[in-house]
Every structure is written in C-alpha cells, then in structure tokens.
Design a protein around this ligand. Structure first.
Ligand code: ADP
Ligand code: MG
Length: 723
C-alpha cells in the first residue's frame, strides 16, 4: 500500500516512473494524485473535429470510419490510413508500414487519439498518433479497463506519456492508496460541505458525475487558499511576537515642527493612515504595513511623517527607492518639504533638525564616504538610496524604520538584507502606487497590514485621457503636437514618452515589452526628439531622458526640467514612477499599446500634479476593435487605479499576477486563481484566522501543522533555488 509520500516507482514501476519524472516532474504518488485532469471527455460524446486547428496538440474522442492500406509510389513501404469521425467532420490518421493496426482500429470502434494536427492535401490529419481504443459493451475486459467510467479525464500530457497512460497510472495509485489523512480541520470541511481529502482526490480523477468532480475541484482549490492563508497568518503572528524599540511620537520634536510647517492640510485618508502608522510605531513589535495609494495620493508625506517620528525617538529611517532618478528625486522632495528641518548639524540650524543623505551606486567616492559617515554616526536621520543601501559598507547607528518605495521592484530578500543592518527588527513600511486588488494583496502581502489612500489631495486636477488612433485619424497626431505648443505657450511643460531608446533594437528598451515583439516601427527617444525638434516642435526646448544616460546626465536633465529650463522631455519609462514636476500638464505616449494598462496609468500620473488640469494622449497604430485598442480605451475611460490594475492582471498569466519573486508561493497554487477565486480566498482567510486564533500553535490540528511545515520547508527551498 502507498501514501502520498511514497515513491512513484513503487506503484507504477521504474520505467514508467522515470518517464513521468522526466517529462512531467511527477516524482511521488502525491505528485501524481495532484496532477489534475484538465477536463473530462464523456464516453460516447465525440470531439468536435471541425474545431481542430493546425499545430494544436490534441486528444480527441472519435469513431473509426474507414481504413485503407496503400503502397507508396516509387519506393518501398505502405501508408495505412484510418479516417475517424465525430459524425459530421472527418480526420485522417496516417501510419507508415503499420497495416497490422487494422486489428485494433476497427470500423465503428471509438478511441482516444492524440497528436499534433497537421494538414496534408488540405485535409487535417494526425501523423502517427498515439491512441487507445475504448472497449465496447461486449468486451469482457471493459470493466477492468481504465475507461470503465463514463468520464474520461484528460491530463496535461507529453508525447511519451499520453493522457490515457497517465490515467492508467493514476488508477493504479488510487487502488494502492491507504486512506489519506485530511489536514483540513473537520469543522471547516463540514461548514463548506466539502468531501474529505481522500474523496476529493479520487473524485477528481475518477468522477462519478460532473457535480462531484466540481465539488472535488472546489475543495482542492480552497485547500490551496486555506494553506497559504494559514501560513501567512502564522507568519504575521510570528512577526507580531518579535521585540523592537517602540517609536512613540513626542511633543516638541521634529515631527511636530514639520506638521506646523506644512502649507496644506492632510486629507482625511492621510490622517487615518498616519494614525494607523503612529499606532504601529508605538508598539514594541515591528510594524509590517503596506501603504497603497493612487499616483499622487500623497504617500510621500505619510512616509515622511513616519520617518520623522522615528527620528524623534533617536532612531534613523532608510528609504529604499527602485531607481537612481527616483532616489535623487526623493532627496530633493524631502529636503524641500523639510526646509530648515533638514539642515541639522549646520551652523545656526534648529536643534530639532536632522540631516538627509543619499547613497547610490554611482555617486563619487568622496560623496559616498561622507554619506556613509552620516549614516554610521546617526547624524543622518533619513538615509535615502537605491539597492546600494544594501551594500556591506553601509551601517546605521540605530535603524528604526525601513520605507520601501514601489514595492513591486524589490524582493523580500532585499527587504531582509536591509533589516540585517538594524540592531533590533526594524519597522517596515512598503509603499506601492500600483493598487492591488484585495485578494492579490492578501496572497502576495498576506503578512502585511494594508493601508489604502483612495482620495487625491484637494485641488488636484483630474487628468483627461484620449486615444489617438493614427491609422484612422492621422490628423489627430498633428493636433497633439499643437496641444504641446499651446501648453508650453502658457508656461507649462510636456512629456513625450516612447517605448524605446533607439530605433530598431529591443536591447535598448528600458522596459520589457509586455505585448508583441516586432520592432521595426516603434517610436524611440533618439529618433523622435531630433525629428520633432526640427519640425512639429521647432523652437521649443527639448531634452532626452533614458536609462542609458549617465547618472549625472539624468540628474542634470531632471533638475533642469524641474526648474522649467526644458519645455519638453522626450523620455522612456524612466519617468514612470514618482517623478514629480507640478508644472508639467501634458503627456503624449507614443505606441501606447506597447505598455501595460497599469504602466500607462502610472505614466499619466506624472501630469496634472499641480493646479492645472492634466492631459494625456495615447498614440497608437492599433486599429479599432483589437484587444490593444480595448486596453487603451479602458485607460482613457477611468482614473480608478484599482479597476485598471484588475484589467491589467486579468490579461497576464497567473505567475505574473503574483510576480516572479512569488515563485515559492506559485508552485503551491495549481488550481487557485487569485482574481477569479476572490470569494474563496476571503473565506479561506477567515477560516485560517479562526483556526489559528483557537489554537495559535496548531496543537489541536496536528495534520494541518504537518502540512504547513512541509509547505514552508518547500517554499524556503524554492527560494534558495532561485539563487
Ligand atoms: P504619491 O507619492 O502618492 O504619488 P506624493 O506624495 O508625491 O504622491 O504627492 C503628490 C503631490 O501632492 C506632492 O506634490 C505633494 O506635496 C502634494 N500633496 C500631498 N498631500 C497633500 C495634501 N494633503 N494637500 C495638498 N497637496 C498634497
Ligand atoms: Mg511618490
């Protein structure tokens, strides 16, 4: 007898086990039981042959219609051709020199046929298909066959291991399985009216009817959500148990002075979130909080207030930014917001004041040395940097808070590397401007508390977005350049964004293209800028910005643009995150269909940040009624980042929804789809919380505890495997 951990070879024999292991990564009986059918074919219901297309790898159920054997002309050998039918259409199967197959492929018999659809003489065919004939009613072996049931499972298969062979292996496994222990707590199973784990696995492979297959699938999908949520709830509880220095807000400190100096009032949302963060920081266990908010919703102020609270307590805060442009900009913004309060250590400065310093990979040796000294001595209350902050030489006197900007670009490992630099576990605030649907957040950041800023600061002007379909309305593009001239004439500034740095070459792009790869006609910064300067935008001050410029050049250009010395910035997506020039009012995005929905939303968030309305024009060659155009229309139709991120995620593969760095999680999600299965995930979260509240170390649920331990071990290994 076998259990899920048993080696596959003990059930199906060495040879078959090797084929399953090599081709499908199925190593244990458990792996096989969790190799779920993609769908079922119903005995007697033949596949639709007319729906097959050339190149498809198919498994079909069909009936033999006729067979012929004919000698090849001009050479030795013969072709045995079998025509199968679904009752309406026909498909031919061809075999070279195998007339003996006539005995198996008898006219009138049904079978499963698998292979790659080819076309010969404009007829669809399968050459040398794998097949398995289904025993008919009189067949003595019928009951013993793997096709005894009414529903024939169709598995993800390989050419060496067609679906029905997998099916036969699964049958053997099921027959040798001892009762599987169920890790799902009994009361949860009953509350959902789910089958036991054993029943569910058996029913999914060998369903009595489609309802029970569906119920089995639901239970196993729920399991994935439940196990993951349990793990996240446990991890969160662990974090809550860690001890750290509490950073209570004080009166008469730098935070209070900063609040007094702010020229505007915080929005209601900002106040709420700030209060949540203050409460977290006052605890003697570390905060783990995700702050998500629309582009321009004012996350920076919220984060800065948290940093100042830590400075007031005698500690330091580190702000980790994804790019050098953004790190430099954070420095500028924060210095500007703090004013005198950032002039600590200088003659005549306020005694509450601190210092802000920048650490990046490309700064000069003396600048870096000075910055390292400020961080190590604790004189810099705020240290801003790129991943250079994680470097060995970077030391802090008392790192109390880590703020990570634009989370999607940093892995957990990087967060952890920075945490190592603190004496006690630091508080953590993760900011993201890409709003994440709730269940994605629960799955990816389930160990973080979530704060959301939904409203934009008062006085913020809405952004209007239009699609410019060059194919249909070539004149509109002229109008776009005119609009830029108009804005500039009124003293405003413009962005033009192109997908590429240089014409023709993919390597020069600052982004990975999400959609399509053909490259010839895609707009590039280096081609566009001089052309516009010599023509549609002549007389305006244009500058280029992209990832291949040196840090100093980038820095100089951004500073000049911020100072209003440049009218039009022609740029790649390097300006995507965080760049904040309030005087910029118009953005023209070339070949906008090359960007993802959320990315376009991010990009346009760069305009309309001041008191004048923003305009964003999405230029595209995509024609009406195509998916590319539909995406652009969606961006033009709404400013709701949550809705757009949903649209964006729905177009991606599941792995991309969770992000590559979630591969550890990913390998445990076979059935669960975080967008589709929202209700299930919500329910699983509630159930996990209930169970863990009742039994915090799961002593009452030993089977669950075992399963979670195994999963945690597995995920840690996955993590290391990634290097
Ligand atoms: P985010 O980082 O969320 O994209 P920022 O923090 O950069 O947004 O804020 C965008 C702009 O709005 C900044 O210029 C900031 O100074 C300003 N701002 C932030 N909060 C407020 C507020 N409560 N009232 C008015 N302006 C605000
Ligand atoms: Mg920001």
């Amino acid at each position: 007898m076998a259990d899920l951990d048993s080696k596959l070879s003990s059930v199906v024999g060495d040879r078959t086990a090797k084929v399953l292991g090599d081709g499908l990564e199925i190593k244990s009986v458990g792996d096989l039981m969790r190799h779920y059918p993609r769908r079922y074919m119903v005995r007697g219901e033949l596949s639709d042959i007319s729906a097959l297309t050339e190149g498809d790898e198919v498994t079909i159920l069909a009936e033999v219609f006729s067979s012929t054997n004919r000698p090849l002309r001009g050479r030795k050998g013969s072709i045995f051709e079998v025509v199968v039918t679904d009752g309406t259409d026909k498909l031919s199967l061809t075999f070279f020199n195998q007339a003996w197959r006539e005995k198996e492929l008898k006219v009138g018999r049904q079978g499963l046929f698998a292979g790659k659809v080819g076309v010969f003489n404009s007829k669809k065919q399968l050459a040398h298909p794998d097949y398995e004939m289904i025993p008919d009613g009189n067949d003595v072996d019928a009951a013993a066959s793997s096709f005894a049931g009414k529903f024939l499972p169709v598995y993800p298969a390989t050419s060496k291991m067609p679906s029905w062979k997998i099916s036969r292996c699964v049958e053997m496994a099921i027959d040798s399985l001892d009762e599987i222990e169920d890790y799902l707590p009994e009361k949860i199973r009953q509350a959902h009216d789910y089958p036991t784990l054993h029943q569910a696995l058996v029913q999914l492979h060998r369903p009595a009817d489609l309802d029970s297959a569906e119920k089995a699938r639901e239970r196993l999908t729920f399991d994935e959500a439940f196990l993951l949520q349990s793990l996240l709830v446990l991890r969160r509880n662990e974090l809550k148990k860690l001890n750290t220095a509490s950073r209570k807000t004080i009166t008469g400190g730098i935070l209070e002075a900063f609040d007094k100096s702010l020229p505007f009032e915080l929005t209601g949302g900002q106040k709420t979130v700030c209060a949540e963060i203050e409460r977290d920081l006052a605890q003697d266990h570390p905060m783990h909080r995700l702050l998500q908010g629309e582009v321009g919703s004012g996350k920076t102020i919220v984060a800065l207030r948290a940093m100042l609270a830590v400075v007031d307590s005698g500690g330091q805060a580190a702000l980790l930014a994804p790019t050098e442009v953004l790190a430099a900009q954070h420095l500028r913004t924060i210095e500007k917001l703090l004013g005198d309060l950032a002039q600590g250590g200088k003659l005549g400065s306020q005694d509450k004041a601190t210092q802000v310093t920048l650490i990046t990979g490309s700064q000069s040796a003396p600048a870096r040395k000075a910055a390292l000294a400020l961080a190590a001595s604790g004189d810099a209350g705020i240290v801003i940097g790129t991943h250079a902050l994680l470097g060995e030489k970077v030391e802090f006197k008392d790192l109390g808070l880590i703020v990570v900007d634009e989370q999607h670009r940093f892995g957990v490992e990087q967060r952890d590397a920075l945490k190592e630099k603190a004496q006690k576990p630091p508080h953590l605030l993760v900011m993201t401007a890409t709003p994440i649907p709730r269940t994605v957040a629960m799955t990816v950041f389930g160990d973080l508390d979530v704060s959301t800023l939904r409203e934009l600061p008062l006085g913020r002007q809405p952004i209007t977005t239009h699609v410019i379909p060059v194919m249909e309305k070539p004149g509109y593009l002229e109008r776009a350049w005119e609009r830029i001239r108009e804005e500039v004439a009124q003293g405003h500034q413009a962005y033009i964004v192109a997908p590429r740095i240089q014409a023709g070459s993919d390597e020069n792009a600052d982004i990975d293209f999400l959609f399509g790869t053909e490259s010839s006609d895609i707009a590039s910064v280096e081609e566009l800028a001089p052309r516009l300067h010599g023509d549609a935008l002549s007389g305006l001050k244009l500058a280029m910005l992209h990832g291949r410029l040196s840090t100093e050049e980038k820095e100089r250009t951004m500073t000049a643009f911020a100072a209003g010395e440049i009218d039009v910035l022609v740029s790649t997506t390097v300006i995507e995150v965080g760049v904040d020039v309030a005087n910029a009012t118009i953005m023209v995005i070339m070949d906008a269909d090359r960007f993802g929905v959320s990315q376009l939303h991010q990009l346009r968030g760069r305009v309309g940040r001041g008191t004048s309305p923003g305009l964003c024009l999405l230029v595209t060659n995509a024609v009406a009624e195509t998916p590319a155009r539909a995406r652009l229309d969606a961006v033009a139709a709404t400013l709701d980042g949550f809705e757009l991120s949903r649209i964006d995620l729905e177009q991606r593969r599941e792995g991309d929804v969770l992000g590559a760095r979630q591969s550890g999680t990913q390998s445990h999600l076979r059935l669960l789809r975080v967008l589709r299965d929202e209700d299930l995930i919500e329910a699983a979260r509630r159930d996990a919380q209930e169970i863990i509240t009742a039994s915090p170390d799961l002593t009452s649920y030993p089977a669950l505890k075992n399963e979670l331990n195994a999963m945690a071990r597995d995920m840690a290994v996955d993590y290391l495997d990634k290097g």
